[in-house]
Write a protein that binds this ligand. Structure first.
Ligand code: 5GP
Ligand code: MN
Length: 334
């Protein structure tokens, strides 16, 4: 954050305010970690914050401190619209285009109060009075740590805030593996451990929390995988029928896409997940190295994200989506 942004934030936070803090739809560990971390920070600074999520967060994040206070737009649109309309300041975290909140965008578009964006995706939209946007960071949670330090309030980062920040850094870095994991990332993690953050417990809460059904669903996705060795690509699919068969709940498909990269020589992978209710195929894309899945998602599947992790969607059927994808793969020179 530059000096001007810091001064602008300090001015916005100079008096206690009702503040709405918003993650993207289908919030992940970084979206929940950054919004809840900011929530606890603003509480300590005598504000009246509320985290407003466009839809339900996954069960594997329900242990996070403050998650019980999160208001879910889809569960009570009237009540949550009122909270948004009464907010004096809005923070949007871990996304940079208002359509990422889904239907809640209609309410956000009516608000006249200042917005602050904190995000690490490419190509931010221009809706905020302060746009703290930087693709160099591996997570919004790491940005939140720097944000709090820039305001001169590092001493307020305690075990609770630290737990939220740790969670987002851990999940968005693929457990400290992705290329944007820096020495600074590890120094922040070291600081957080010194504050008492439970660094061996949190990964267990996040990753060793599966149901039997979830593992069976993973097995099905692995069985469905197709490989294009000459294009260094794999992909897999899960239909709504398969999701229903294994009693899918939100979060069950998290991380499955990464298995496609674990095969030797593969640098591009995708998972296609049918959502019958929304009549879309949700797509997650991952790559290793130079192949830019953000550009691929933007060009072909109405999406975006980062160079090595992106997503998008298709309104075609699963069969048609797969034909489109396979045809694209056959043109790739990776
Ligand atoms: P995931 O595959 O885990 O859902 O998302 C990977 C990355 O791509 C995340 O940074 C996420 O924000 C971004 N992403 C996923 N889906 C979409 C989408 O439909 N549109 C855009 N712009 N970004 C997406
Ligand atoms: Mn993120």
């Amino acid at each position: 954050m530059n000096e001007q942004d810091i001064l602008a934030i300090q001015a916005l936070l100079a008096t206690p305010k009702k503040i709405a803090i918003i993650p993207h739809r289908n919030p992940d560990g970084d979206a929940m970690g950054s919004t809840l971390g900011l929530y606890h920070f603003l509480l300590r600074n005598h504000h009246f914050p509320v985290v407003v999520s466009p839809n339900q967060f996954p069960d594997f994040l329900a242990w996070m401190p403050g998650s019980e206070t999160v208001e879910i737009f889809e569960n009570n649109k009237k009540k949550v619209s009122k909270i948004l309309e009464e907010a004096e300041l809005v923070f949007t975290l871990d996304f940079n285009a208002l359509h990422r909140v889904g239907e809640m965008e209609n309410v956000l578009n009516t608000l006249k109060v200042p917005f602050v964006m904190m995000d690490h995706h490419q190509s931010p939209d221009d809706y905020a009075v302060v746009t703290f946007s930087d693709v160099a960071y591996g997570s919004t949670c790491e940005m939140l740590y720097h944000f709090i330090c820039s305001l001169g309030k590092k001493s307020q980062i305690d075990k609770t805030i630290g737990t939220c920040i740790y969670t987002g850094i851990l999940t968005d870095s693929g457990s400290f593996r992705f290329p944007k994991t820096t020495g600074t990332t590890h120094r922040i993690i070291a600081d957080l451990i010194d504050l008492g953050v439970e660094n061996s417990q949190i990964p267990a809460l996040l990753f060793d929390n599966s149901s039997f059904d979830r593992l069976q669903l993973l097995g099905r996705a692995l069985q469905n995988m197709k490989i294009f060795p000459e294009h260094k690509t794999t992909y897999t699919t899960l239909t709504q029928k398969e999701l229903d068969q294994f009693n899918f709940i939100k979060g069950d498909t998290e991380g499955i896409v990464n298995y496609g990269l674990s095969i030797k020589g593969i640098v591009f992978t995708a998972i296609f997940i049918e959502n019958a209710e929304e009549k879309i195929i949700k797509i997650s894309l991952r790559s290793q190295g130079d192949f830019d899945v953000n550009l691929f998602a933007r060009a072909h599947f109405n999406g975006g994200g980062h160079q090595n992790a992106a997503g998008g969607k298709s309104e075609l059927s699963m069969e048609e989506t797969i034909i489109k994808f396979e045809n694209l793969v056959r043109t790739l020179k990776i």
